[in-house]
Structure formats: C-alpha cells, structure tokens
Design a protein around this ligand. Structure first.
Ligand code: B12
Length: 156
C-alpha cells in the first residue's frame, strides 16, 4: 500500500494527460488517485488529449508537474512531439514533465531504451514494475523542494 503524506497547506497542482491517440482512461484515474493521495490537486484532461489542449490548459495555469500516461502502445511514437510542444511554451519550459505506462507494443520497460523521449524534453520515463515507486519518489522530492522555497521566503 502507498503511504499517504500530509497535504501541503496550499496543494501543489499537477496536469494529467495522455497522448492524442490514446482512449484508455483507467490508467488516468489510477494516477489521479495516486497524485491526490500524495496531496496534489489534479487537472485530469481525460482521454485522447490534443497536444494543443494540453499546452493551452497547462499554460493558462502553469502546474508544478505534468504527468503523461499512455498504454495503447503509441507513446514512444507520439510523445516526443508532445514534449517539444510543451517545452517551446516559455511558461512550461521548466515544468517537470514525466511519462509512463506502456509506451510501445514490445513491452519495453527500460527507461534508457527511449532516449528520444528525454531528448524531446521529458524529465523522466517511468515504465515497468518500479514506475509507481519512482513517481512517488519524484513527488516527494518536488514537495520537499516546494517546502524549501516556502521556508526560504519565510526567512526573508
Ligand atoms: C480496459 C482496456 C481497454 C478498454 C479501455 C476502457 C477505458 N475506459 O479505459 C478499451 C476496450 C476501450 C480498450 C481499447 C483499446 N485497447 Co486496450 N486494454 C485494456 C486493458 C484490458 C486494461 C487496461 C486498464 O484499464 N488497466 C488498468 C489500469 C489502472 O492499469 P494500466 O492501464 O495498465 O496502467 C498501469 C501501468 O501501466 C502504470 N502506468 C500507466 N501510465 C502511467 C504513467 C506514469 C507516469 C506511471 C508512473 C505509471 C503509469 O500504472 C498503472 C497501474 O499499475 C489492457 C490490457 C491489460 N491487461 O493491461 C488493454 C491494452 C492496454 N489495450 C491495448 C490496445 C492495443 C487497445 C486498442 C488499440 C485495441 C484496438 N485495436 O482497438 C484500443 C485503444 C484505442 C485507442 N485509441 O487508444 C493493448 C496496448 C498494447 C501495448 N501497449 O502493447 C493492451 C495492453 C492489450 C494488449 N495486451 O494488447 N482497451
């Protein structure tokens, strides 16, 4: 079972999306619940999200994290363009951007097998049995960083 963390006073915000061709939704619901359990407020954009919608929605309210989940096997092919479109938007250029799920039809689970995804702008490619623990570790480090920022402001 995953450990529930105390929600921050002002919850961090994550945008949750998939690639344009992917109509699966239980993966998105699963990730929404994981993020919410860890104290994040989630904007779940649902199935078959056009890249332009992801960029517009995220730019309107820049989140602390963008999570892309895809399981239909087209992620490796479609997600590089998604990452480039996110990174070209100035307010999203440095927002942590991660992808996970079933990214191809070969069942590849080794993150480094997909260098095109990190080259295109993803900070992490989370696949295989350690995907969720790695996401939880990332959420932990983001929330520690956010708290560090709050303390730094408070100290001034
Ligand atoms: C239910 C299902 C459907 C339903 C979806 C209903 C819905 N509302 O979602 C329907 C029938 C509509 C469907 C359609 C299709 N499906 Co389908 N579907 C499934 C099925 C049986 C279960 C998926 C599911 O809901 N799992 C439950 C969720 C909670 O788990 P999950 O999706 O596996 O995600 C987990 C991990 O991957 C991970 N994860 C996922 N994303 C992320 C992201 C991050 C950041 C992290 C950390 C972790 C993570 O966490 C989750 C929990 O462990 C799987 C087979 C299977 N047993 O997995 C096939 C499967 C995903 N489908 C598949 C395919 C091919 C299709 C179709 C293309 C079939 C077709 N020819 O029409 C279409 C998709 C069309 C499209 N445009 O996308 C393939 C994908 C092939 C691949 N990737 O290699 C699968 C794997 C079946 C197979 N073995 O071939 N499908």
């Amino acid at each position: 079972m995953y450990v529930r963390h105390q929600p921050a006073e002002s919850p961090p915000h994550a945008v949750l999306s998939t690639i344009p061709s992917d109509s699966h939704t239980w993966n998105l619901l699963f990730l929404q619940l994981i993020l919410e359990e860890q104290g994040w407020e989630v904007t779940n954009l649902g199935a078959c999200v056009p890249v332009s919608t992801l960029v517009t929605e995220s730019a309107a309210r820049p989140p602390g994290l963008i999570v892309v989940s895809t399981v239909n096997g087209h992620g490796a092919e479609e997600a590089p363009a998604l990452a480039r479109a996110v990174r070209v938007e100035p307010v999203l250029a440095r927002v942590p951007l991660v992808i996970g799920g079933k990214l191809d039809t070969q069942g590849a689970t080794v993150p480094d097998a997909r260098p095109e995804l990190t080259e295109a702008g993803f900070d992490a490619v989370l696949t295989g049995p350690n995907a969720v623990p790695r996401l939880l570790a990332l959420l932990d480090s983001l929330s520690q960083r956010a708290h560090g920022r709050v303390h730094a402001h408070a100290a001034r």
